[in-house]
Design a protein around this ligand. Structure first.
Ligand code: ZN
Length: 276
């Protein structure tokens, strides 16, 4: 596995061995200007001097010790009606997660769950307001207008904190965006995200829980554990969208598997900081 981190104008490339010759890329980026040595917030994003990460201040879990194997459980496309069950499974196990959220008309009534997630120690991160590829990938301006709308809709539930992590809908190497914004759109957006001090992140393990057919909890567990074999740092893509009820069902066994295999749980920002 190749893991690339950009920090303060320089690229640090860490090569990690993946099991069975499988190469799984875990891509990160962040803006050199946005994260000064003290880890403060980007001046471009925060005029009030809030914290650099969006995890709730009341019960942020300790970061894993250096050298530990680490796993970030991440959930995209919520909050929705499936989010309470996800939060409950996480609370039962006492582990943190990162939610890459959406905020459209269809999930407006679930947005208060964002405050609950923060209060329970989870990190809230940006995904998209509309999640409509044909709209957000039309142009860079359209993409950032959608992100601004997302920030506005999240603001009542974030109590002044600014999410500084971003996951591009479809991932940073998606090809669907070319159809709407041309070949260079993702490269342009990644550069602009970094210039805005945003930490963007993909994943290197996928539960495949939003792949169309509704998978059983056992199948989701298998996808996650097989995908994690041999990885020191796992960023696991899962979903808390309306159609993914079996993900919450699979979570207790997924969490047990990582615990049994010696992983420490952390948020995406904590993983970032530990790799800096
Ligand atoms: Zn998504």
């Amino acid at each position: 596995m190749q893991l690339t981190v950009r920090r303060r104008g320089g690229w640090v490339r860490l090569l990690l061995l993946a099991a069975a010759g499988m190469a799984a890329g875990l891509a990160f980026g962040w803006g050199a200007a946005g994260f000064p040595a003290g880890g403060g917030p980007s001046p471009a994003l925060s005029s009030g001097g809030g914290p650099a990460v969006s995890a709730g201040a009341e019960s942020v879990p300790d970061a894993p010790p250096p050298g530990a194997k680490r796993v970030c459980l991440t959930f995209d496309d919520g909050p929705s009606r499936t989010t309470p069950a996800v939060l409950e499974a996480l609370a039962d196990a006492g582990v943190p997660a990162t939610f890459f959220v959406v905020a459209g008309e269809s999930n407006e009534r679930y947005l208060p769950l964002i405050r609950q997630a923060r209060q329970e120690g989870h990190e809230i991160a940006l995904h998209s307001a509309s999640h409509r590829y044909s709209d957000i990938y039309r142009s860079a301006d359209a993409f950032w207008a959608d992100i601004e709308l997302l920030r506005e809709r999240l603001a009542p539930w974030l109590e002044g904190e600014e999410p500084l992590c971003l996951r591009f809908p479809g991932g940073s190497t998606n090809t669907v965006s070319r159809k709407y914004g041309g070949d260079g759109i993702m490269a342009e957006l990644k550069e602009q995200a970094e210039a805005r001090g945003l930490r963007w992140v993909d994943w290197n393990v996928s539960a495949e829980d939003a792949a169309g057919e509704k998978l059983s909890a056992d199948a989701i567990l298998r996808n996650v554990t097989e995908g994690s074999a041999g990885l020191e740092n796992c960023v696991v893509l899962m979903h808390d969208s309306p159609s993914t009820g079996t993900t919450a069902e699979a979570l207790p066994a997924i969490i047990d598997w990582y615990k049994d295999n010696g992983y420490a749980f952390c948020t995406v920002s904590q993983l970032y900081d530990s790799l800096a």
